[in-house]
Design a protein around this ligand. Structure first.
Ligand SMILES: [Zn+2]
Length: 118
């Protein structure tokens, strides 16, 4: 008997007991999002977190992106996802991008964390 979609999805998930994240252990795309081989329309691969969200929470409103509240791209826990506008998703991701740049040493002089730590 072929496994159901839900069985296939959970076979590729590893629950993380501390954060509650469902870490995707299958294939990842170049952004770190889990991907599922599943033909919908003309697309052969679907983003795992979007499939989980639709399975447990219902359809994603047209034009909305799913924001990972836990900031773990490979997490597929629908409770960690919120449907937001692309602009809101971008706005929320900015502090994290700035932190990544700081860590890379691009803004070493303006590193407020270093000031607090001193
Ligand atoms: Zn998560």
């Amino acid at each position: 008997m072929r496994p159901t979609l839900t069985e296939r999805l959970f076979a590729n998930c590893e629950p993380e007991p501390n954060s509650g994240c469902w870490l995707w252990t299958g294939a990842l795309d170049r952004h770190g999002y889990g991907k599922v081989r599943m033909r919908i329309g003309g697309r052969r691969w679907q983003q795992a977190h979007r499939v989980f969200y639709q399975l447990f929470r219902g359809p994603i409103p047209a034009g909305l992106h799913l924001d990972h509240l836990c900031r773990v791209a490979s997490c597929a826990n629908p409770d960690h996802l919120e449907a937001v506008t692309p602009a809101e998703n971008h706005r929320r991701s900015m502090p994290y991008r700035r932190t990544a740049k700081r860590r890379a040493g691009l803004h070493a002089a303006a590193d407020s964390d270093a000031t607090i730590a001193a």
